[in-house]
Write a protein of this length. Structure first.
Length: 254
Protein backbone atom coordinates (compact mmCIF):
# COMPACT_ATOMS: atom_id res chain seq x y z
CA UNK A 1 0.00 0.00 0.00
CA UNK A 2 1.29 3.48 -0.87
CA UNK A 3 0.77 6.82 0.88
CA UNK A 4 -2.56 8.44 -0.04
CA UNK A 5 -2.01 11.81 -1.71
CA UNK A 6 -4.84 13.93 -3.12
CA UNK A 7 -3.82 16.20 -6.00
CA UNK A 8 -5.59 19.45 -6.82
CA UNK A 9 -4.93 22.49 -9.00
CA UNK A 10 -2.24 23.37 -11.52
CA UNK A 11 1.13 25.07 -11.29
CA UNK A 12 4.32 24.55 -9.27
CA UNK A 13 4.18 21.52 -6.95
CA UNK A 14 3.29 22.35 -3.34
CA UNK A 15 3.19 19.50 -0.81
CA UNK A 16 1.10 19.96 2.35
CA UNK A 17 1.87 17.87 5.45
CA UNK A 18 -0.71 17.76 8.24
CA UNK A 19 -0.15 17.65 12.00
CA UNK A 20 -0.76 15.10 14.73
CA UNK A 21 -4.17 13.43 14.86
CA UNK A 22 -5.46 15.02 11.65
CA UNK A 23 -5.25 14.24 7.91
CA UNK A 24 -5.01 15.94 4.50
CA UNK A 25 -8.58 17.25 4.74
CA UNK A 26 -7.43 19.77 7.36
CA UNK A 27 -6.47 22.15 4.51
CA UNK A 28 -10.04 22.66 3.22
CA UNK A 29 -10.24 26.34 4.21
CA UNK A 30 -7.10 27.39 2.37
CA UNK A 31 -7.39 25.13 -0.71
CA UNK A 32 -9.63 27.53 -2.70
CA UNK A 33 -6.94 30.23 -2.45
CA UNK A 34 -4.04 27.94 -3.34
CA UNK A 35 -5.29 25.58 -6.05
CA UNK A 36 -5.53 28.49 -8.51
CA UNK A 37 -1.74 28.90 -8.35
CA UNK A 38 -0.22 25.53 -7.38
CA UNK A 39 -0.51 21.81 -7.97
CA UNK A 40 -1.34 20.76 -4.44
CA UNK A 41 -0.34 17.40 -2.98
CA UNK A 42 -2.44 16.81 0.16
CA UNK A 43 -0.73 13.98 2.01
CA UNK A 44 -2.33 11.58 4.48
CA UNK A 45 0.66 10.46 6.55
CA UNK A 46 1.02 6.70 7.18
CA UNK A 47 -1.50 5.62 9.80
CA UNK A 48 -3.73 8.68 9.24
CA UNK A 49 -6.80 9.29 7.06
CA UNK A 50 -6.85 7.25 3.86
CA UNK A 51 -3.32 6.00 4.69
CA UNK A 52 -4.72 4.51 7.91
CA UNK A 53 -3.89 0.91 7.04
CA UNK A 54 -0.35 1.67 5.93
CA UNK A 55 1.77 0.00 8.59
CA UNK A 56 5.40 1.07 9.05
CA UNK A 57 7.84 -1.30 10.75
CA UNK A 58 9.67 1.74 12.14
CA UNK A 59 7.80 4.99 12.76
CA UNK A 60 10.67 7.42 13.25
CA UNK A 61 11.14 10.75 11.47
CA UNK A 62 13.69 9.52 8.91
CA UNK A 63 11.65 6.46 7.95
CA UNK A 64 8.53 8.60 7.68
CA UNK A 65 10.37 11.10 5.48
CA UNK A 66 11.71 8.46 3.09
CA UNK A 67 8.32 6.74 2.84
CA UNK A 68 6.49 9.94 1.90
CA UNK A 69 9.26 11.25 -0.38
CA UNK A 70 9.03 8.10 -2.49
CA UNK A 71 5.53 9.23 -3.59
CA UNK A 72 6.35 12.89 -4.34
CA UNK A 73 7.63 14.82 -7.42
CA UNK A 74 11.39 15.19 -8.03
CA UNK A 75 11.28 18.79 -6.78
CA UNK A 76 8.64 20.71 -4.85
CA UNK A 77 7.80 23.36 -2.27
CA UNK A 78 6.69 21.89 1.06
CA UNK A 79 4.40 23.27 3.76
CA UNK A 80 4.46 21.45 7.09
CA UNK A 81 2.01 22.21 9.89
CA UNK A 82 2.84 21.33 13.49
CA UNK A 83 4.21 17.74 13.49
CA UNK A 84 4.21 17.95 9.67
CA UNK A 85 6.78 20.72 10.03
CA UNK A 86 9.21 18.31 11.66
CA UNK A 87 8.76 15.99 8.68
CA UNK A 88 9.27 18.86 6.22
CA UNK A 89 12.50 19.83 8.00
CA UNK A 90 13.76 16.24 7.87
CA UNK A 91 13.05 16.13 4.12
CA UNK A 92 14.87 19.41 3.50
CA UNK A 93 17.89 18.34 5.58
CA UNK A 94 18.23 14.89 4.01
CA UNK A 95 17.30 15.78 0.41
CA UNK A 96 18.15 19.46 -0.17
CA UNK A 97 18.09 19.10 -3.98
CA UNK A 98 14.41 18.13 -3.89
CA UNK A 99 13.05 20.91 -1.65
CA UNK A 100 12.76 24.29 -3.34
CA UNK A 101 11.19 26.29 -0.52
CA UNK A 102 10.01 25.34 2.95
CA UNK A 103 7.07 26.78 4.91
CA UNK A 104 6.85 25.96 8.61
CA UNK A 105 3.35 26.56 9.97
CA UNK A 106 2.87 26.65 13.74
CA UNK A 107 5.82 24.28 13.93
CA UNK A 108 9.09 24.04 15.80
CA UNK A 109 12.33 22.06 15.45
CA UNK A 110 11.79 21.08 19.09
CA UNK A 111 8.28 20.89 20.54
CA UNK A 112 9.30 19.89 24.06
CA UNK A 113 9.95 22.72 26.50
CA UNK A 114 13.61 22.97 27.54
CA UNK A 115 15.42 25.18 30.02
CA UNK A 116 16.41 27.50 27.17
CA UNK A 117 13.55 26.76 24.78
CA UNK A 118 9.82 27.60 24.84
CA UNK A 119 7.58 24.63 24.06
CA UNK A 120 5.09 22.11 25.40
CA UNK A 121 5.66 20.97 28.98
CA UNK A 122 6.73 17.33 29.26
CA UNK A 123 3.85 16.51 31.61
CA UNK A 124 1.32 17.77 29.03
CA UNK A 125 2.61 15.40 26.35
CA UNK A 126 2.83 12.57 28.87
CA UNK A 127 -0.78 13.26 29.85
CA UNK A 128 -1.91 13.02 26.24
CA UNK A 129 -0.07 9.73 25.84
CA UNK A 130 -1.70 8.31 28.97
CA UNK A 131 -5.16 9.48 27.88
CA UNK A 132 -4.58 8.04 24.41
CA UNK A 133 -4.36 4.55 25.88
CA UNK A 134 -7.82 4.98 27.43
CA UNK A 135 -9.84 7.02 24.92
CA UNK A 136 -8.47 7.88 21.48
CA UNK A 137 -11.32 10.13 20.38
CA UNK A 138 -11.35 12.12 23.62
CA UNK A 139 -7.58 12.64 23.36
CA UNK A 140 -7.86 14.05 19.83
CA UNK A 141 -10.78 16.31 20.77
CA UNK A 142 -8.81 17.70 23.72
CA UNK A 143 -5.82 18.31 21.45
CA UNK A 144 -8.04 20.14 18.94
CA UNK A 145 -9.35 22.37 21.71
CA UNK A 146 -5.81 23.33 22.78
CA UNK A 147 -4.89 24.15 19.18
CA UNK A 148 -7.60 26.82 18.95
CA UNK A 149 -7.33 28.13 22.51
CA UNK A 150 -7.05 31.91 22.61
CA UNK A 151 -8.23 32.51 19.05
CA UNK A 152 -11.15 34.91 18.67
CA UNK A 153 -12.76 32.31 16.42
CA UNK A 154 -11.89 29.31 18.61
CA UNK A 155 -15.28 27.58 18.46
CA UNK A 156 -15.49 27.93 14.69
CA UNK A 157 -11.87 26.78 14.28
CA UNK A 158 -12.55 23.63 16.32
CA UNK A 159 -15.71 22.94 14.31
CA UNK A 160 -13.73 23.15 11.06
CA UNK A 161 -10.95 20.94 12.41
CA UNK A 162 -13.49 18.30 13.44
CA UNK A 163 -15.19 18.60 10.06
CA UNK A 164 -11.91 17.86 8.27
CA UNK A 165 -11.19 14.99 10.64
CA UNK A 166 -14.54 13.36 9.92
CA UNK A 167 -14.06 13.47 6.14
CA UNK A 168 -11.51 10.66 6.30
CA UNK A 169 -10.97 7.46 8.33
CA UNK A 170 -9.81 7.71 11.94
CA UNK A 171 -6.08 7.45 12.60
CA UNK A 172 -4.58 4.19 13.84
CA UNK A 173 -3.78 4.26 17.59
CA UNK A 174 -0.24 3.04 16.91
CA UNK A 175 0.39 6.00 14.57
CA UNK A 176 -1.06 8.44 17.11
CA UNK A 177 1.18 7.08 19.84
CA UNK A 178 4.24 7.19 17.56
CA UNK A 179 3.40 10.76 16.58
CA UNK A 180 3.29 11.87 20.21
CA UNK A 181 6.67 10.20 20.72
CA UNK A 182 8.06 12.27 17.83
CA UNK A 183 6.75 15.50 19.37
CA UNK A 184 8.36 14.53 22.66
CA UNK A 185 11.73 13.27 21.41
CA UNK A 186 12.73 15.04 18.18
CA UNK A 187 15.11 17.98 18.43
CA UNK A 188 16.47 19.32 15.12
CA UNK A 189 17.80 22.65 16.40
CA UNK A 190 21.47 21.75 15.97
CA UNK A 191 20.89 20.80 12.33
CA UNK A 192 18.97 23.89 11.17
CA UNK A 193 22.15 25.69 10.06
CA UNK A 194 22.49 23.03 7.33
CA UNK A 195 19.24 24.03 5.58
CA UNK A 196 19.91 25.14 2.02
CA UNK A 197 16.46 26.41 0.96
CA UNK A 198 14.63 29.63 1.87
CA UNK A 199 12.29 29.15 4.84
CA UNK A 200 9.11 30.97 5.81
CA UNK A 201 7.62 30.60 9.28
CA UNK A 202 3.89 31.29 9.75
CA UNK A 203 2.80 31.46 13.39
CA UNK A 204 -0.06 32.45 15.67
CA UNK A 205 0.68 34.87 18.51
CA UNK A 206 -1.85 33.03 20.70
CA UNK A 207 -0.45 29.55 20.04
CA UNK A 208 0.10 27.58 23.26
CA UNK A 209 1.83 24.64 21.52
CA UNK A 210 4.46 26.69 19.66
CA UNK A 211 4.82 29.81 21.85
CA UNK A 212 5.52 33.06 20.04
CA UNK A 213 8.67 33.41 22.16
CA UNK A 214 10.19 30.59 20.08
CA UNK A 215 9.85 32.46 16.77
CA UNK A 216 12.93 34.69 17.04
CA UNK A 217 14.99 31.74 18.31
CA UNK A 218 13.93 29.61 15.33
CA UNK A 219 14.80 32.46 12.95
CA UNK A 220 18.27 32.79 14.49
CA UNK A 221 19.01 29.12 13.80
CA UNK A 222 18.02 29.09 10.10
CA UNK A 223 20.33 30.82 7.56
CA UNK A 224 17.62 32.06 5.14
CA UNK A 225 14.45 32.56 7.16
CA UNK A 226 11.65 35.08 7.56
CA UNK A 227 8.55 34.88 9.74
CA UNK A 228 5.00 36.19 9.90
CA UNK A 229 3.05 36.16 13.16
CA UNK A 230 -0.75 36.41 12.93
CA UNK A 231 -1.78 38.52 15.92
CA UNK A 232 -5.22 36.94 16.46
CA UNK A 233 -4.36 33.35 15.48
CA UNK A 234 -3.54 30.31 17.59
CA UNK A 235 -2.18 26.99 16.26
CA UNK A 236 -4.21 26.96 13.01
CA UNK A 237 -3.68 30.26 11.13
CA UNK A 238 -4.54 28.52 7.83
CA UNK A 239 -8.07 28.08 9.20
CA UNK A 240 -8.66 31.25 11.21
CA UNK A 241 -6.88 33.51 8.68
CA UNK A 242 -7.10 31.46 5.48
CA UNK A 243 -6.99 34.29 2.93
CA UNK A 244 -4.22 36.23 4.66
CA UNK A 245 -2.31 32.98 5.17
CA UNK A 246 -2.54 32.19 1.44
CA UNK A 247 -1.35 35.68 0.49
CA UNK A 248 1.75 35.39 2.69
CA UNK A 249 2.46 31.99 1.17
CA UNK A 250 2.10 33.27 -2.40
CA UNK A 251 4.33 36.26 -1.69
CA UNK A 252 7.04 33.94 -0.38
CA UNK A 253 6.78 31.43 -3.22
CA UNK A 254 6.66 34.19 -5.81
Amino acid sequence: MSVYIEQLGRGPDLVLLHGWGLNGAVWQEVIPYLQQHYRLHLVDLPGFGHSRDMVMSKYDLSALSETVLAELPPQFHVLGWSMGGLLALRMALDHPARIQRLILTASSPCFLQQTDWPGIRAEVLAGFNALLQQDTRKTIERFLAIQSMGSATAKEDIRRLKQGLQLRPDAMPIALSAGLDLLQSVDLRAQLSQLQCPVLGLYGRLDSLVPVAAVTQIESLIPDCCSVVFAQAAHTPFISHAQQFALELQTFLG
